[in-house]
Design a protein around this ligand. Sequence first.
Ligand code: THU
Length: 133
Amino acid sequence: MTPEQCQMLVAAAAGARRFARAPYSKFRVGAALLARSGKVYAGANIESASYGLTCCAERVALFKALSEGETAFVAIAVVARLRGGPMPCGACRQLLAEYAPDALLLVADTKALKNVRKFTISALLPEPFGKFR
Ligand code: THU
């Protein structure tokens, strides 16, 4: 992906953060997933009073895209106010490994959106649980 595409996706993730529903943690996360179709699917973390039902920004974006028929992905950007940017949790890594294995992960701190760290999904989760039959 081009540096312009990378900055566009990070900016979309930063914008998506405004819709986070994070009254419990106060930690607002935005994600933006670029599909091969060229469409961008944004997501933000949605927390529940029953804490365990919380859904991360990454999964919200991924489920939106999958449920609209997308099957292949180029990259996902994740942004929060955290030095170095937020690294996806284990659950999100598993789902990304299953549905977006070739996507590039871009993470950035809201305070330094130009400072983007890039990872492959396989580096994040080298041995994902996979097909069992
Ligand atoms: N969270 C995300 O949305 N993405 C991450 O990569 C890490 C954590 C959310 C879940 C919860 O709403 C809050 O951040 C604190 O864990």
